[in-house]
Design a protein around this ligand. Structure first.
Ligand code: HEM
Length: 276
């Protein structure tokens, strides 16, 4: 037996150098869980929300960088970033498995403490939706009291979405995207057109000629697929937690979330499957 004793050579004096905890600002991070009650499950509830917000932070970072590249028609490195978005979305979806260990009775022990607070007011979630193209100016309203978040959302609302930038590339490749689509009012929801469907059909029918666009299209489908999974798992968790009660944010609750399941981010990419 020759047990490894190399741990004894590990650095142990951090009085003059950066430690793990300092680098990661763990004092700040780990002091940000501040339950309002003594209910055992409130810590779980807070941690799952915070972990989800951290994943959203990474998703926004990757999406914005990918969009910057797509705006310059640089596709491959953007695809690498979108792959990371897809993986981060999976982590967010897996978080429901941990949260579901809480029962409605556990939840009721602390529910009244957080009043009208709701994920509906998550500016990062709304930013992800705006970047992906699900745009609704009403959703800016809960952020009026935080000008820096409001500005960030407004900027995203009025700029091309991930899909708009992808369609610009189709246009640059001569795939017949109408000017009205390229110069649309970005603050409004996207309306599908037969011409855009035709352009994607060309890509899917001649994949070899348009390999990078074909790959981009499938990556967008991955992102939307995962977004739907998150929404669906949220909905089911909400239903098992509060049934058909109103949400803390003031919406109908499950009814509102069911409606959101109908949102389609990249409509022609789904339609193209029927046409092929
Ligand atoms: C016990 C667990 C949860 C319950 C009962 C719940 C309930 C709800 C309800 C009822 C809504 C609709 C808006 C409202 O009226 O409040 C909502 C929205 C939302 N929740 Fe949750 N939620 C839970 C956990 C989470 C977690 C862990 C996250 C992660 C960040 C989250 C993020 C969101 C987001 C982003 C929205 C806005 C969705 C949209 O507008 O499409 N929720 N939630």
């Amino acid at each position: 037996m020759n047990p490894d004793r190399s741990y004894q050579e590990a650095h142990t004096d951090f009085s003059r150098s950066l430690s793990y905890g300092d680098y990661l600002a763990l004092d700040t991070l780990l002091s940000a869980q501040r339950p309002l009650t003594s209910a055992h499950d409130e810590t779980l509830f807070i941690v799952i929300h915070q972990v989800s917000e951290l994943w959203m932070k990474l998703i926004v970072h990757e999406l914005q960088s990918a969009m910057g590249l797509l705006a310059q028609e640089i596709i491959d490195p953007a695809l690498k970033m979108l792959t990371r978005v897809v993986r981060a979305q999976e982590q967010m979806t897996n978080a429901w498995e941990v949260l579901k260990t809480m029962t409605p009775a556990d939840y009721l022990e602390f529910r009244s403490a957080f009043g009208q607070a709701s994920g509906f007011q998550s500016y990062q979630y709304r930013l992800v939706e705006f970047l992906l193209g699900n745009r609704n100016p009403f959703m800016m309203r809960p952020h009026q009291h935080r000008p820096e978040h409001h500005r960030l959302l407004e900027q995203a609302l009025t700029s091309p979405s991930l899909y708009d930038l992808s369609l610009r590339i189709l246009a640059q490749r001569g795939l017949g995207i109408p000017a009205e689509v390229l110069e649309r009012d970005f603050a409004q929801p996207y309306t599908p057109t037969p011409q855009v469907l035709g352009a994607w059909l060309e890509v899917y029918r001649h994949t070899e000629a348009h390999w990078d666009l074909y790959y981009l299209a499938e990556k967008l489908i991955d992102v939307e697929d995962n977004f739907r999974r998150w929404r669906f798992n949220h909905l089911t968790t909400v239903e098992r937690m509060i049934g058909y009660k109103r949400g803390s944010g003031g919406t109908a609750g499950v009814g509102y979330l069911k409606k959101a399941l109908e949102v389609v981010l990249f409509p022609e990419l789904w339609q193209v499957r029927t046409e092929l």
